[in-house]
Design a protein around this ligand. Structure first.
Ligand code: GAL
Length: 536
């Protein structure tokens, strides 16, 4: 085994430390005989097993008991924004059926549950002037029910559903939001923090920033490319730092919890690892998605490559200053080190290569063209119910190694991982079992072979729910939900049985879980996974 470890290390993960910034060597994933092997073993003893949801996607009760509207209520009620004109008015009705959720979690054997608080359910107009007691009661009841079931809450403060009243004042474009978010965070720490061990300030700022403010495909639906996304991200990062320090200064000592942020990114694999320009392009893509947020949180400032490129382009485009705002020295200090763990939402991979942009004048400003990168999914990779999501298990291990290298081997919690289908009623979801088993095997390799510090794993999602602009047409759940029924019964899919077994076994002991779930046992499973994922 030790020879294998050394071999893998030398061939695929050797990384050198450059003068100032740690350099990740993009591995040759095209000629790696070991790349798709299945790895059996168990996870560290204190590993946290979890599933996740988000308030707008499951709660329903959008205008009940004093809740104020959020930008997602507004966005979904505008015709044309969501497939089939679906909305989250009722969703899984978790506002009333949270005990069913907890029961489903109990059956899975979960140790943790990641959910988010709807800001406008507790503060209907977004500000601390009016606290909505029924909203507070709801989260207290949920947290107590979880505790009763021996499940610890991991709470996201912001999973995209900004109170509409704050959007009306400019939303994340207006830096007054920093104080409002601080008030909201303080209220949550004060009210729920005695029972919450993990706080996540923001879920996937990249998605919210770019989809909501550059492409307009998510709430608040703004199409203001190349300027607004950078301002929104800037205010969001400053809000994150402020909330982190509120917790650190006033609550950590008594509540003894942790606080961090959750980031997402594809793994961007250089399509030609022997071409330095292509490798640079892959790195640029990684920095423009993940580094944009992780660098400030770990090092206090945006990645150099973003600062230089955006400043140069802004000048050529006739802007007086860079479209990427600058942090003050005080802000840099307050941001650096403002996360107790690296929350990582892990889904898929893209190939990347450079675009040589020679157009004069330069293309109109946008986050997407600022990078000069072309990225794509291989048509050879299997598909899912979502066009952006192709299962590429090996990419997960590489991106975990990228995070380790870039941010000093932080504690990582995988705060989401999952796959969608477009079916209506199907509880025989072998595709999901194949996805989870193959991704978990890569996570285990990262822990055992690469010494990446992954301490927990979260399956997205506990149950089918409102999948943003795709409405209910894409299902990610371990449990099936019939959205047309009043009861919205949570029916376990095969993947729920599978996940419960993985949790009970704390992974894949060499004999056990796999053979009982896949015909023919361990060896056949390896072949089956290899087949499903198009491995050679
Ligand atoms: C994430 C998001 C979740 C869920 C998931 C599947 O980006 O945080 O809310 O929608 O993707 O698309």
């Amino acid at each position: 085994m030790s020879f294998l470890v050394l071999y893998l290390f030398c061939l695929t993960f050797t990384a050198i430390v450059a003068d100032d910034e740690p350099t990740f060597i993009y591995p040759d994933t095209f000629n790696d005989a070991e790349r798709d092997s299945f790895y059996y073993g168990t996870f560290p003893e204190d590993f946290l097993w979890s599933t996740a949801t988000a308030s707008y996607q499951i709660e329903g009760a959008w205008n009940v008991d004093g809740k104020g509207p959020s930008i997602w209520d507004t966005f979904t009620h505008e015709p044309g924004n969501i497939d089939n004109a679906h909305n989250g008015d009722d969703a899984c009705d978790s506002y009333h059926k949270y005990q069913d959720d907890v029961n489903a979690m109990k059956a899975l054997g979960l140790k943790y549950y990641r959910f988010s608080i709807s800001w406008s359910r507790v503060l209907p107009n977004g500000t601390i002037d009016h606290i909505n007691q029924p909203g507070i009661d709801y989260y207290n009841n949920l947290i107590d029910a979880l505790k009763e079931a021996d499940i610890s809450p991991m709470v996201t403060l912001y999973h995209w559903d900004l109170p509409q009243a704050l959007q009306d004042k400019g939303g994340w474009k207006n830096d007054e939001i920093i104080e409002h978010f601080a008030d909201y965070s303080r209220l949550c720490f004060e009210t729920f923090g005695d029972r919450v061990g993990f706080w996540i300030t923001f879920n996937e700022p990249w998605v919210f920033t770019v989809m909501g403010h550059e492409y307009g495909s998510m709430a608040p639906g703004l199409i203001e490319p190349g300027t607004t996304p950078y301002i929104v991200a800037h205010n969001l990062l400053r809000s994150h730092a402020k909330a982190y320090h509120i917790y650190d200064d006033s609550y950590r000592a008594t509540q003894k919890g942790q606080i961090g942020i959750t980031l997402n990114s594809d793994y961007y694999q250089a399509s030609d690892v022997d071409d330095p320009d292509t490798v640079e392009a892959a790195e640029r893509a990684q920095q423009f998605v993940m580094g944009w947020f992780a660098n400030p949180v770990y090092y206090g400032d945006y990645p150099d490559v973003m600062k230089t490129t955006i400043a140069e382009k802004s000048e050529k485009q006739g802007f007086n200053a860079s479209r990427l705002p600058e942090f003050t020295e005080a802000e840099k200090l307050s941001l650096a080190g403002s996360s107790d763990f690296f929350g990582f939402n892990c889904y898929t991979t893209s190939y990347a290569r450079p675009i040589k942009n020679t157009a004069t004048p330069l293309v109109p400003p946008s986050w997407s063209t600022d990078q000069d990168v072309f990225s794509w999914k291989s048509p050879d990779w299997p598909t899912s119910g979502s066009d952006w999501l192709r299962p590429v298990p090996w990419g997960a291990r590489r991106l975990l190694n990228w995070i380790k290298k870039k941010y000093g081997n932080p504690v990582i919690y995988i705060t989401e991982n999952g796959i969608s289908t477009n079916d209506t009623f199907n509880v025989n979801d072998q595709i999901r079992i194949d996805y989870y088993s193959a991704y978990l095997s890569e996570v285990l390799k990262a822990i055992e072979l690469d010494e990446v510090n992954v301490k927990g794993y979260t399956a997205w999602s506990l149950m089918d729910n409102f999948e943003w602009a795709r409405g209910y047409t894409e299902r990610f759940g371990l449990h099936y939900v019939d959205f047309n029924s009043q009861e919205k019964t949570r029916v376990p899919k095969d993947s729920a049985t599978f996940y419960a077994k993985v949790i009970a076994d704390n992974g894949f002991p060499s004999s056990g879980v796999q053979s009982s779930l896949v015909n023919g046992g361990v060896k056949v499973l390896v072949l089956a996974v290899a087949f499903v994922f198009g491995m050679k």
